[in-house]
Ligand binder design. Sequence first.
Ligand code: FAD
Length: 262
Amino acid sequence: MNVLLVYAHPEQRSLNGALRDFVVQRLEAAGHAVQLSDLYAMGWKAALDADDNLDHQPGARFDPSQDSKAAFANGRQRADIAQEQEKLLWADALIMQFPLWWFSMPAILKGWVDRVYAYGFAYGVGEHSDSRWGNRYGEGTMAGKRAMLIVTTGGWASHYSPRGINGPIDELLFPIQHGILHYPGFDVLPPYLVYRTGRIDQDRFEAIRDELGQRLDNLWQAAPIPYRQQNAGDYEIPALTLRPELAPERVGLGVHVADFEG
Ligand code: FAD
C-alpha cells in the first residue's frame, strides 16, 4: 500500500521528529511505500494567494475559490500544489502528524490544506444543484482511501476528556477529521494521541512507539470513525440537517457519528 505522511514540526530533533522517523521505518518494514511531505523542511508556502494561479493577471481581483477552480481545471496551479495533489492521488492512506498548537494544527499544515485542497479536487466535486451538494462527506476524490491523525499535546489526557477543561479531543479534532478528511471522502481512523509531552522518559517513549507501531500495523484493518455520509439518506434535503428520527433531540458534533448515543 502507498502511504503519504504529511508532517509539520520545525525541529528535526523533536519528539515529533523521532516519531516521524519511526512511522516511516515501520511502514516501509511492513512493505508499504511511503512519501513524506515534511512541510518545514520543504519550505512549504503556507499562504494561499494570487501567485497560486499561474494565469492570474497582476491587478486583477483575486477570488480564492474561482482562481483555484480555474488553475486546477487548466493545469495552471503552482507546481508545489500539483505535486502534493499527485501524492494524494497516489496514496491509499494519508497520515497527518503534528503537535497540537492552540487547539489545532500548526499554520503551515493548515496552509497545506488551504492550497492543496483545490476547487474541483477536494471541494466542488460532483453535481451541485438545488437538491444535491456534490460528492462530499464520505464521497469525493479521496473515497476509498484511509486517513489518520497523529497528534501530540502538552495537556494531559484528562484535560481532553469528556468533561475536561480543554474540551473533548474528539470535538476539538472534529473540524480536521470531519471537515478536512471526511469531507473529500477519506475513511477516518481514530487518531493516535500522545498527551502530556512534558513527561516523556525513555520507557514511555518506547511504550508510545509500541502502541503507535500497532496502530500502523492495523492501518488497513481498523474500523473508521462511523461519520455519516451526506448522500446516504441521513440528512434532509436541501437543508442538510440530520433527520429528526436519528439521534432524536440531540444536537452537537457527535450526532454526525452514526453510532452516537449521547
Ligand atoms: P518535544 O518538546 O520535542 O519533546 C517532548 C519531550 O519528549 C522531551 O522533553 C523529551 O522528554 C521527549 N523526547 C523527545 N524526543 C525524544 C526521543 N527521541 N526519545 C525519547 N524521548 C524524547 N499543548 C496543548 O495541549 N494544547 C495546545 O493548544 C497547545 N498549543 C501550543 C501552541 C504552541 C505555539 C506551542 C509551541 C505549543 C503548544 N502546546 C499545546 C504544546 C505542544 O502541543 C507540545 O509542546 C508538543 O505537542 C510537543 O511535541 P514536540 O515534538 O515539540 O516535543
